[in-house]
Design a protein around this ligand. Structure first.
Ligand code: TYM
Length: 340
């Protein structure tokens, strides 16, 4: 994992309940590995979560669950700034400005909107359509230089760069750096355990499609046992994986957790087959996840501690956000705000 030095790293995660293996391998594990030498901000994006209008009494608990999952996975709340998006009003302020910079044509190209809206495009909230503008605001408000995410956010990050470039050009000043996407490792796109062409996701109605960080050992074992493979033998060559999405996914997960590369994993199991592979995959998953699960359980009994971490994080984030929004307001020519 390439370390990023002396830069400002920012990433975000929605408070939509417990974290799954995709969040962990695609994003959070990288956050832990990347952040030794740089300032890091991690935002729990509750404003994004309401684009699908969830049950509101769940949002607080869901934010704590995400925080607990992050800490249990190794994100240190002392070294990093972890905060809730809605605590910093400047996110919504900058998002409005970005709504006026970003083009409808750009938003129309966003594949995640098309996936989420499906056939219902006329009926979904307008928030869902401008979701990527809010995401750009999250990043640009802190002048982040690097944004580590899973593969699914790549298009949104490219849009963020276009927005930053257009804003800078329009106001004639290099206010925003163009943030670099950081999408790395063998598990940038962890797929469903039941369908290798669909992303592992919190919103899938079947829990058997994903491994949650709070799953008990028996559940992990059951889910891997039932994970879809195909009728062929274990692959003997990496090239075969392109045609075999379910196998590719399981091998990517194995490689990501074990630190081995894909070729090594294929070579290790090509003579022994799926039964041994699945048994070993189960074992390394349990070794990785069970300590995380236990810490999550413990932390979830300490809600005041968790809320204090988020309050402290908001204070620190606010110190960065306020001067940036002032700079943006000044560049646009808004009348001076007296409280800034
Ligand atoms: P969210 O909450 O869907 O996911 C959080 C992080 O987990 C990654 N991820 C995955 N990686 C690999 N395989 C998967 N199956 C998988 N599922 C999720 C995501 O790529 C993400 O890194 N729009 C963002 C949140 C966001 C954000 C931001 C991210 C809002 N503002 C600013 C970065 C910077 C989202 O919905 O992530």
């Amino acid at each position: 994992m390439e370390k990023i030095k002396n830069k400002r790293i920012l990433s975000g995660i929605q408070p939509t309940g417990n974290l799954h293996l995709g969040n962990y391998l695609g994003a959070i594990k990288n956050w832990v590995n990347l952040n030794n030498d740089s300032e890091c901000l991690f935002c729990i994006v509750d404003l994004h979560a309401i684009t699908t209008w969830p049950k509101f009494d769940d949002l607080n608990i869901a934010s704590r669950e995400v925080l607990a999952g992050m800490i249990a996975s190794g994100v240190c709340p002392k070294k990093n700034t972890i905060f809730i998006q809605s605590h910093i009003p400047e996110h919504a302020e900058l998002a409005w400005i970005i709504n006026c910079v970003s083009r409808i044509g750009w938003l129309n190209r966003m594949t995640q909107f098309k996936d989420k809206a499906g056939k219902n495009q006329e009926k979904v909230s307008s928030g869902l359509m401008v979701y990527p503008n809010l995401m750009a605001a999250d990043i640009l408000l802190y002048k982040a230089t690097h944004v580590p995410t899973g593969e699914d956010q790549k298009q949104h990050l490219e849009l963020t760069r276009d927005i930053a470039h257009k804003f800078n050009t329009d106001v004639g000043s290099e206010i925003f750096p163009l943030p670099e996407p950081v999408i790395q490792g063998p598990a940038t796109r962890v797929m469903s355990l039941r369908n290798g062409t669909q992303k592992m996701s919190k919103s899938d109605i079947s829990d058997m499609t994903r491994i949650n960080l709070i799953d008990c050992n028996d559940t992990i074992s059951e889910k891997i046992k039932k994970a879809k493979t195909d009728s062929g033998d274990f692959p003997v060559d990496k090239m075969e994986l392109e045609e075999r999405p379910e196998i590719k996914n399981l091998i990517n997960i194995y490689a990501s957790i074990s630190g081995k590369n894909i070729e090594q994993v294929v070579e290790n199991f090509s003579s022994t087959g799926f039964a041994r592979f699945k048994a070993e995959l189960t074992e390394i998953l349990i070794n990785e996840i069970s300590p995380i699960r236990e810490v999550i359980r413990e932390l979830m009994t300490e809600s005041q501690e968790l809320d204090k971490i988020l309050d402290d994080g908001s204070k620190k984030a606010s110190l960065i956000a306020k001067p940036v929004i002032k700079e943006v307001f000044d560049a646009i020519g808004f009348n001076k705000r007296r409280d800034l």
